[in-house]
Write a protein that binds this ligand. Structure first.
Ligand code: NAP
Length: 526
């Protein structure tokens, strides 16, 4: 399979994509006939007309989803896993089509679009294989040993909202919806409007793989119109996006006493130790900083480098950033693509201009590249960034990193932790034990050693998420599945009642229970 060429012919026009738009949009819950437009970041041209949902459409979608969920929840976990095993295969088989759609919607380089394809397939496979085990009922010690038989089981929440942003439009909806579905829930999914086609492709592909209709229903619309309905009708909300919006949604979910998980922003630090292998580190930090043009919640924006290697690292890293190929081609030649939104380009340019004006040194990049496409920005490396500059502590979410020199590890750890965020971090050293010691001192939900983000992210069996203002709850691992369940304890009493034998006085009962409590401690029964 040649995945390095467009499935839709000419890479200069989105015309070929028009053929798939009706197929993908037909499942959107939108009755009004209103539409909204997505544009192509590579060209600025109109890309697709998308149906827009109203708050009533969202409420109706939840009703349909709840009706479908009842029979879905009655299937066994291995039965629910079957369509997802096929989904894994279809995603890999049909990657050419979805790679094009992702590139058209986001403007990202094909190599970064491929990370989404790989992630959607492998994350799904992890849960399809592990959900039956993770959902199995568990026995627990009973109230009276031998006389109380207790187990607890996981029941689905019901109908779950999955709200996702534009930066990973295939990987994120799949990462959050698939475990919810495998746990026996239905999902109403709201992708970002600009990048909705990728999420719609995932829904369509899952249904082709055998997922029953109405279990994964997409809605499209502005937060002002459908945001509240997505919380008010749901039994649980999974949100990925910015920290301020996450806090707003958390408040509304708290008002209804429903569960909520949030994967939010980051200002992620890398620590380059004196013993780092610089060939490996320059290459790895470059990927960690400029993947998806830095529009990656777990990408590195602050690089702390030991003074003994700072000058060499800075020179080589800036050289590597300058050497990166930027283009809008539908093949694997670009090292970095475009930004997705004009507002994102403006934010990136504002952070760099502010830093430049206030005295930061631009070691590489620092310019809009509208000669390549309307929203391209150069991979940018800065030094001398001070706390008065916006790029110092606020999330830039673009291809911009700042280098800082440190002289001892305590100083590096304190600087890495001096932020409200705590999503991801990385440590670069030849000594893994030293890397682990440092990692455990960093306040971040994931820390990668000698890798920027992929090692922790793609360890699907381990939890992934943020500390501090970077999130609440975790995706991946058992937590990523079990968040979508209620635990229910079932205990049956046999032989001896909790009130003692018939006719036993309260005083005798208390004496027997006191003695049994002591015996249980002595013989380690409790
Ligand atoms: P955002 O503005 O918070 O939006 C995220 C999603 O929420 C979009 O679908 C958005 O819809 C929707 N939304 C916004 N307000 C809402 C409301 N009141 N009720 C319901 N839904 C609402 O974030 P963004 O700018 O699109 O995404 C970038 C941010 O996401 C960055 O901070 C990045 O770090 C973070 N992120 C985190 C992770 C992670 O795993 N931790 C992963 C990716 C991105 P519209 O698009 O229609 O406005």
């Amino acid at each position: 399979m040649d995945t390095a060429t467009s499935a839709f012919g000419s890479s200069a026009s989105p015309a070929g994509l028009q053929g798939v738009v009706p197929r993908l949009t037909r499942r959107v819950a939108a009755a009004s006939g209103k539409t909204t437009t997505a544009t192509a970041p590579f060209t600025g041209a109109s890309l697709a007309e998308l149906p827009e949902s109203s708050a009533d459409d969202v409420a109706a979608a939840f009703e349909r989803a709840r009706a479908a969920q009842r029979s879905w929840a009655a299937l066994s976990p291995p039965e629910r896993a079957e369509p997802f095993l096929r989904f894994h295969d279809l995603v890999l088989e049909r990657q050419r089509e979805i790679l094009d759609i992702i590139q058209w919607e986001t403007g990202k380089a094909r190599r970064h679009a491929f990370e989404e394809v790989y992630d959607a397939a492998c994350g799904t496979l992890y849960y399809a294989r592990q959900a039956p085990r993770l959902l199995r009922p568990q026995r627990a010690a009973g109230a009276v040993p031998g006389a109380t038989r207790t187990y607890h089981r996981r029941a689905p929440k019901g109908a779950v909202s999955v709200i996702t942003p534009w930066n990973y439009p295939l990987a994120l909806p799949v990462a959050d919806a698939v475990p919810a579905l495998l746990a026996g829930n239905a999902v109403v999914a709201k992708p970002d409007t600009q990048t909705a086609l990728s999420a719609l492709w995932a829904v369509e592909t899952a249904i082709e793989a055998g997922l029953p209709e109405d279990l994964w229903i997409p809605v499209i619309g502005s937060p002002g119109e459908i945001g509240d309905a997505l919380i008010d009708n749901a039994d649980y909300v999974s949100f990925t996006g910015s920290s301020p919006v996450g806090a707003e949604i958390a408040q509304r979910a708290a008002g209804r006493l429903i569960g909520f998980s949030a994967e939010l922003g980051g200002k992620n630090p890398a620590i380059v130790c004196s013993d780092a292998d610089l060939d490996w580190t320059v290459d790895g930090v470059q990927r960690a900083s400029f993947s998806n043009a830095g529009q990656l919640c777990i990408s590195m924006e602050r690089i702390y480098v030991h003074e003994s290697v700072y000058d060499e690292f800075a020179e080589r890293f800036a050289d590597s950033a300058r050497g990166m190929e930027l283009n809008a081609d539908f093949d694997y030649t670009a090292d970095m693509g475009s930004l997705t939104y004009r507002k994102q380009l403006d934010r990136v340019a504002a952070h760099v201009d502010d830093a430049r004006t206030k005295g930061a040194e631009i070691l590489a990049g620092g310019r809009v590249r509208d000669d390549v496409g309307p929203m391209f920005y150069e991979p940018t490396v800065m030094a001398g960034v001070a706390p008065t500059m916006d790029a110092c502590a606020a999330e830039t979410f673009g291809p911009v990193v700042s280098l800082y020199r440190f002289s001892d590890e305590d100083e590096a750890v304190a600087a890495a932790n001096a932020t409200d965020y705590g999503l991801n971090a990385s440590v670069w050293t030849r000594d893994t034990a030293r890397g682990r010691r440092l990692a455990e001192r960093i306040e971040a939900g994931t820390v990668n050693i000698n890798e920027g983000y992929g090692a922790a992210w793609a360890s699907y069996g381990a939890p992934m998420g943020g500390m501090k203002r970077s999130g609440l709850g975790r995706r991946h691992g058992s937590e990523g599945l079990l968040r979508y369940t209620e635990s229910q304890t079932v205990a049956s009493q046999h032989f001896v009642g909790l009130g003692g034998t018939p006719g036993m006085s309260a005083q005798t009962l208390s004496t027997v229970m006191t003695a049994s409590a002591r015996l249980m401690k002595r013989f380690r029964i409790r």
